[in-house]
Design a binder for this molecule. Structure first.
Ligand code: XIL
Length: 362
């Protein structure tokens, strides 16, 4: 709660009143991870039936033993950062490669961890044969619909019973709440969304099926589009189980203020929610002020989740800065994760730990 108040103060004034985490970070030895005191983060989360997850970079998992150790120790939910996307799973038309995705599922199983599926449909990281085939007209609309159906069915069946939540559709709205003009929308029209949910449900009836997007933390045009979509699909007999909030924030912008109200309106619809890709980037170089603000943003999102019974999972998009996607995509920004590039816990690590220790409804 202390951190929520700190986050609120940051929001209100831009001032930095966030002190608790800083003190503990300064007190912590740089190799704190190697001599962890206290319970792993996942043990704190599990007391509240919260899945506390990370995205996993499969190259790092193969090559970096510290990365592997932290992945195993601190999290009870894993998401494939890339290897369950179309370009990896279906590199050639009709040819599936589950090697890397299966390796992630195996790692999770052997460490007693759950797996979030990401993602059955997106407009990015599609295989070249698909995008070029649509562009040059060699793949017709009817064929594209069949390709989508086959991919969703094949992948969801392959992982049936091994995935507790699937991001079924990812990033299907624009900021103003209109449909994203993706290849899927342009070729198939809005009905592709209902179709994708139906096919996923048929293939794996027990997984929780999610919509997922960024910039939908608070109540705004985009999150309202999802709220209306969930209601509309329901009226067509298509059930959506969960609302996924990616949670990619930046310390350059204010903290979204109305997250609790947003989570509540989905909960009132009977829909669970999750934070699915949380990181908080900053303009480089970072300084103490920005690191504290970052910690407050992590706390603010986690606190909102812990205070909503229907918020079931909280996943950070990687945990170590040297593997973050941020510097490659947001020029001049970085340092978005809870450990620095030498695995020293940052103020955001201590803030997350403290929120989890406080638990739900505190
Ligand atoms: C990102 C990965 O982190 C990068 O490694 C990859 O190059 C591009 O995709 N929203 C999503 C994620 O839903 O799949 C994205 O992941 C980040 C933004």
């Amino acid at each position: 709660m202390k951190h929520l108040r700190a986050a609120a103060a940051v929001m209100a004034s831009g001032a930095l009143l966030f002190t608790g985490a800083v003190t503990s970070a300064q007190a912590a030895p740089a190799d704190a991870y190697h001599h962890p005191k206290g319970a792993p983060l996942k043990a704190l989360a599990a007391r509240d039936h919260l899945f506390f997850g990370t995205a996993v970079n499969m190259d790092a998992l193969a090559e970096d033993s510290t990365y592997r150790r932290i992945t195993a120790r601190e999290f009870n939910s894993l998401t494939a950062e890339n290897v369950m996307k179309w370009e990896t799973l279906q590199p050639q038309r009709g040819v599936y490669d589950f090697t890397q995705g299966d390796a992630l599922v195996d790692f999770a199983r052997s460490h007693g961890q759950a797996v979030r599926g990401h993602t059955l449909l997106w407009h990015n990281q599609l295989p070249g044969w698909l995008t070029s085939g649509v562009a040059d007209g060699s793949i017709s609309k009817d064929e594209l619909r069949q390709i989508l159906r086959e991919h969703v069915t094949t992948v969801a069946k392959h992982y049936k019973g091994k995935i507790y939540q699937w991001d079924v559709v990812n990033e299907v709205f624009e900021e103003d709440g209109s449909y994203r003009q993706s290849l899927w929308y342009q070729q198939l029209g809005p009905s592709y969304i209902a179709d994708t949910f139906r096919w996923a449900r048929q293939a794996d009836p027990h997984a929780k099926l999610y919509v997922n997007d960024y910039n939908v933390e608070g109540v705004n045009a985009k999150s309202t589009a999802y709220y209306n979509l969930v209601k509309e699909l329901r009226s067509q007999g298509v059930r959506v189980d969960g609302f996924g909030i990616q949670g990619h924030l930046s310390t350059m912008y204010g903290f979204p203020g109305d997250i609790p109200a947003n989570l509540k309106r989905f909960a009132d619809l009977g829909v669970e929610s999750s934070f699915t890709e949380v990181d908080v980037r900053g303009e480089m170089p970072m300084d103490e002020t920005k690191l504290d603000r970052q910690a407050a943003y992590f706390s603010g999102m986690l606190d909102a989740c812990l205070n909503q019974r229907k918020c079931t999972s909280f996943t950070i998009w990687g945990f170590a800065d040297q593997y973050s996607w941020v510097p490659g995509v947001f020029p001049g920004e970085g340092s978005a994760n809870i450990y620095d590039e030498n695995y020293a816990p940052k103020p955001s690590y201590w803030a997350v730990r403290e929120e989890l220790a406080e638990g739900r409804f505190n």
